[in-house]
Structure formats: structure tokens, C-alpha cells
Write a new protein. Structure first.
Lengths: 186, 395
């Protein structure tokens, strides 16, 4: 039945506390569960892995991080604190690709610094692209980009991690990049 | 026509409503603190967008800001903003756009990550948004509606008063999500063009999806809260059950929207995508429309009861006015020309004061907030008028 509204005093703290606890339990519980569920998936030794049209042979000791890999779009491998991320996207622009945008993202968005100039690279399979090194307060890394004008796509490879052991990780990353081609069946 | 159903002086507490600024209520501070927390997060995201894709971020802000104003204008035209004072809508919008967004981001990431770990990355690529988005986002948006109800419970006397707050919360979420998505899309756009992503997103997320998005889902879920709140005479399990059912319906519609259902039947072109979005979205719009209709009818009954309480002399209210109290569209039809005429008169009388909006002469009393005061003023006016011109009023 309808009543005219009346100014009846009431307490809100039990309800407010219940809402707060429900949010904390839901969000906190999910984060806790996620952090305590292992994300690694071992890769078969010597086998090729593919993401989009890019495929390569992982170096021994690297495992796949399934929680940060997206089928057909990105693949993240990790070894200790070091990551190797391959991302495949569309690109309908010029041969330099979204390099400037990536640098802006790193410098202005993530607070990283670009080290030296952008340089060209060619792999033994004939992949050509551009690369640069970067560093931040807690990590450093190297970024490679290959633009495939025919397929209107761009492949970006990002290897990064803590300074400790980074040289070895970058060597592994170069080996994986060297094994990469863009002929994976779609 | 509805008869008076209030029992006068049945309660010792004074008739009136609380404001939404309640520094002595815990719910107010919880709501405010979580909104401010979300504000910092949203600003951080936005300014990162400004640094990386400045044209997209700033143009997106303008475009989605205008988009918000269009929705608000529609709500205003339908008399829905009369339900509460402006601060209620500001708080609801801010909760949706800041408070809820802040918590939904890590929760959605965690669910998708868990799905990848427990099932596979392939499963996440297809079903991730459907599994994560609906449960998290509907729950968090609704939490804000509950907090707002706690802040000023006596402002919520009708279904409509709860539904409009739910819709505004959903709109806030929708607009912030769209802005963030626009900026992200620009960062991965296949051209060095920062303008196109804004308009593509406006077309796909705003125009083709906007009517059956978060505002509609939260409207549906809020109906359960309204029913729970306004039916204290029912048993608690029944009230909880209705609230749960409305939440489940909102979740299900959101789930279907985010899922890949029917996508195989359409190709990737814009034309077919528009058809797909409409096929998926129109049922949501119909469902939300039915809830609005039910709420509008109940609001009419409430306004009749309110008018009968404050103006017991039924003959003081003309029959057509009485009918219009329960029919928002009829009120609008009468009000719009009257407003225009009043504005024209005001402009003629005060050419330099055109910006001053003439108050509508035939508006209904507010559904909740200021209903008592306004209806009382109306009663005073009616009494004075009837004394002066009895023959034109009394039938």
C-alpha cells in the first residue's frame, strides 16, 4: 500500500557494511583465487607454437602463461621473471607500422624510456622489421615489430623482465624470433 | 480512477523526504569514498589515454559526454528526472562510471584469467566476456543502487524512483566503459588515425548497442530491489526471490549479449553486424520497456494516492488532470506546447532573459522526493482558485 514518505530515523551501517563486505569478498576472492591458481603450461620440446599467422619454436625452459595469452591474438611465454610476448594485430597503414604509437605508449603511458634509436633487423627466415631497447625503474627489455603489408598485419614481439638475467633471456628471445615465420595456417 | 488510499496521521513521524547528502549515515560515506576512489582510477586511465592517443581521448570525452546528455534529455522528457533531486542522479551516474568500473576491471580480469587457466585460452577468446562481464558488472552496479537507497530510503516510494536510479547507474557504467574502450581501440587501431576509432565506437557501441546496454540491464535488475523495498508486507524469502529473479534476468540478457550466440549466421560487415545487434538487443529493450511500463503505472497509482491525500476534495482536481497524473505521455503532450508557449511569452516579455526556462504549468507532482511539498502547494493554489472561481472548477 502506498504511504506518503515519512522521515523515520534508521541506521545504515549494517546495510552499508554488508554491501562493502560483499564487494570485497567478490572482488578480493576472485583475485585471491586467480593468484593461487598456476598459469603455466609446459610446451613440448622443439615443437612449433603459433599465434595468428606467426609461429616459432620456443627455447627450452620457457613456459606458456595461459592467463595472459589470447587465442589468435597474443601468446606469452615466461621463464623466471622474464616474459616473451608475441602479439598479432591488423595493420592497414604504412611499412613503419604503429611504432610511434608503441613508443608513446611505453614512454608516456608506462613510464619507460627508449634506449638509443630504432634500428632495422632481419632474421634468417627473412623477416624484416624494426627494433628498439627500453628500460624502466624495475625492468628493461627489447621490442621488435614486423609489418606484413600483403596480409595487412603487424606482429609485435616484446621481451622484458628484471635486469638480473636479462641478457640470457634476450638471447633466448632472439633465438625464438630467429625461428619465427608468418606462414602459420589460419 | 483510484480512490484515496492513505490513512492520514497513521504514523507519528512527519511527512517529508531526506536529502541525498547524509553525512551522519554510514551508507553515504561508503558510497562517496568508493566513488572518489573510482574517480582517481578513471582519471588515471583517461590521462594515460590523453598522453598516448590525445585526439581520441579528448574527442571521445566530448562525444560520449554529448551522448550522455542525449540520454539525460530523454529521461527528462519522460518526466523521470522529477523522481529525485539532481544529486541522486549525479551519485548514481558517478557510482556506475567510477565506483563500479573500478571494481569490475580486476574482477573481470581475474575471471577471464581463471577461465584460461582452468579451461583454455581458446575458451576465453570466445566465452570470456560472457562469463566475466554480466555477473561482475550487474552485481557491482546494483550494489551502488542499494547504497543509494540506504542513503535516503524515503526518497524511494515507487518502482519508478528506483528504476531511474538504476538506469542512471547503468548509463554511467556504459559511458565510462565506452570511453575506455574507445581509447583502447585507438591504441590498437590498424591506422595512425585517432578520429576514426571514436566514430566507429560511437556507431557500434553507442548507436547500435546503446539502447539495450547497461542502462537497460540495470533497470531490470533494479526492479527487483524496488519490489523488495516496497513490499515489506511480503515474506522475506519471496522478496529476496523476486530481487534474485530480476537480477538473474538482467544477467541472462547481458550474458546472451556478450556471448557469441548467432554470430555464425552473420558475416563481419557493418550491415549484418547491425542486424545481429538488433536481433540480440531488441528483446532486452522490450523487457526493459515492460518494466518501465509497469513502474509508470504504479507511479500513476502513487500520484493519485498522493493527490488524494493532500487534496481530499476530489472536485478540486479536474478529471483530465487526474487522468494525466497516471499517464506520463499524456502529461508530456500537454506540457510540451504549454512550455513552448510560456517560453515564447517569457522571451517576449524579457528579451534578454531567454535563457531562463519557464517552469511548466501542468506538471505532475514529483513521484517521491518533493511530492509532499509540491502537492501541498498545489492544494493551496487550488483552494485559492476555487474560492475565486468556483463555477469553473467544481463539477
Amino acid at each position: 500500500m502506498h504511504e506518503p514518505s515519512r522521515r523515520i530515523p534508521y541506521r545504515t551501517w549494517p546495510g552499508a557494511l554488508a554491501v562493502l563486505l560483499a564487494i570485497a569478498a567478490y572482488v578480493g576472492g576472485l583475485i585471491f583465487w586467480d593468484r593461487h591458481t598456476p598459469a603455466s603450461r609446459p610446451l613440448p620440446e622443439g615443437d612449433t607454437v603459433a599465434v595468428g599467422q606467426a609461429r616459432f619454436v620456443p627455447v627450452d625452459g620457457w613456459e606458456m602463461d595461459v592467463s595472459r595469452s589470447r587465442a589468435g591474438q597474443s601468446l606469452m611465454l615466461f621463464k623466471g621473471s622474464h616474459k616473451f610476448l608475441v602479439t598479432v594485430g591488423q595493420w592497414a597503414g604504412g611499412p613503419d607500422g604503429p611504432m610511434l604509437r608503441q613508443q608513446r605508449l611505453m614512454e608516456r603511458g608506462q613510464g619507460l624510456s627508449i634506449e638509443g634509436d630504432v634500428s632495422d633487423f632481419v632474421t634468417s627466415w627473412g623477416l624484416q622489421g624494426k627494433t628498439f631497447a627500453y628500460y624502466g625503474s624495475k625492468l628493461a627489455g627489447r621490442f621488435w615489430q614486423v609489418v606484413d603489408l600483403q596480409r595487412k598485419s603487424v606482429v609485435q614481439v616484446d621481451a622484458y623482465g628484471a635486469d638480473d638475467g636479462l641478457d640470457e633471456a634476450l638471447e633466448d628471445a632472439r633465438a625464438m624470433l630467429d625461428s619465427m615465420d608468418l606462414e602459420a595456417p589460419q | 480512477m483510484n480512490q484515496p488510499i492513505f490513512e492520514k496521521d497513521a504514523s507519528p513521524w512527519p511527512v517529508g523526504t531526506d536529502s541525498f547528502f547524509q553525512p551522519r549515515r554510514a551508507a553515504f560515506w561508503v558510497l562517496a569514498a568508493l566513488i572518489v576512489n573510482g574517480l582517481f582510477y578513471t582519471l588515471h586511465l583517461f590521462f594515460m589515454g590523453v598522453r598516448v592517443v590525445p585526439v581520441t581521448a579528448l574527442l571521445g570525452l566530448v562525444v560520449w559526454g554529448v551522448y550522455t546528455l542525449v540520454f539525460v534529455q530523454v529521461f527528462r522528457t519522460l518526466d523521470l528526472l522529477e523522481q529525485h533531486p539532481p544529486e541522486a542522479f549525479v551519485l548514481a551516474f558517478a557510482w556506475g562510471g567510477m565506483g563500479a568500473v573500478y571494481f569490475s576491471a580486476p574482477a573481470n580480469i581475474a575471471i577471464q584469467s581463471l577461465c584460461a587457466k582452468l579451461v583454455s585460452p581458446e575458451f576465453v577468446a570466445v566465452w570470456g566476456p560472457a562469463v566475466a562481464g554480466p555477473i561482475t558488472e550487474e552485481f557491482l552496479k546494483l550494489a551502488g543502487v542499494v547504497l543509494l537507497v540506504l542513503v535516503a530510503r524515503n526518497q524511494f516510494q515507487t518502482y519508478l524512483s528506483v528504476l531511474i536510479v538504476g538506469a542512471m547507474t547503468g548509463l554511467g557504467f556504459q559511458v565510462t566503459e565506452n570511453l575506455v574502450h574507445t581509447v583502447n581501440a585507438s591504441m590498437h587501431f590498424p591506422l595512425e588515425n585517432q578520429v576514426a576509432p571514436v566514430f566507429i565506437n560511437l556507431l557500434t557501441r553507442g548507436l547500435l548497442s546503446g539502447l539495450w546496454s547497461h542502462a537497460a540491464y540495470t533497470t531490470i535488475a533494479s526492479f527487483g530491489i524496488a519490489w523488495f523495498l516496497l513490499h515489506p508486507e511480503k515474506r522475506l524469502p519471496v522478496r529476496i526471490g523476486v530481487a534474485f529473479l530480476c537480477f538473474a534476468l538482467a544477467w541472462a540478457m547481458h550474458f546472451v549479449w556478450n556471448s557469441p550466440f548467432l554470430e555464425d549466421l552473420f558475416d563481419g560487415g557493418y550491415g549484418e553486424m547491425a542486424v545481429l545487434l538488433m536481433v540480440k538487443g531488441i528483446p532486452v529493450l522490450i523487457a526493459a520497456g515492460l518494466f518501465w511500463r509497469m513502474a509508470a503505472r504504479e507511479n500513476g497509482t502513487y500520484l493519485h494516492a498522493l493527490a488524494a491525500y493532500f487534496v481530499p476534495e476530489r472536485e478540486l482536481i479536474q478529471d483530465d488532470e487526474w487522468v494525466r497524473l497516471g499517464a506520463p505521455m499524456q502529461r508530456y503532450k500537454v506540457r510540451a506546447p504549454a512550455e513552448d508557449a510560456a517560453a515564447a511569452r517569457a522571451a517576449a516579455a524579457h528579451p534578454q532573459g531567454r535563457h531562463l526556462r519557464a517552469r511548466r504549468p501542468d506538471a505532475a507532482p514529483r513521484g517521491g522526493g518533493a511530492a509532499a511539498a509540491r502537492a501541498a502547494r498545489t492544494a493551496d493554489r487550488r483552494a485559492a482558485l476555487s474560492a475565486a472561481q468556483p463555477t469553473t472548477w467544481i463539477r
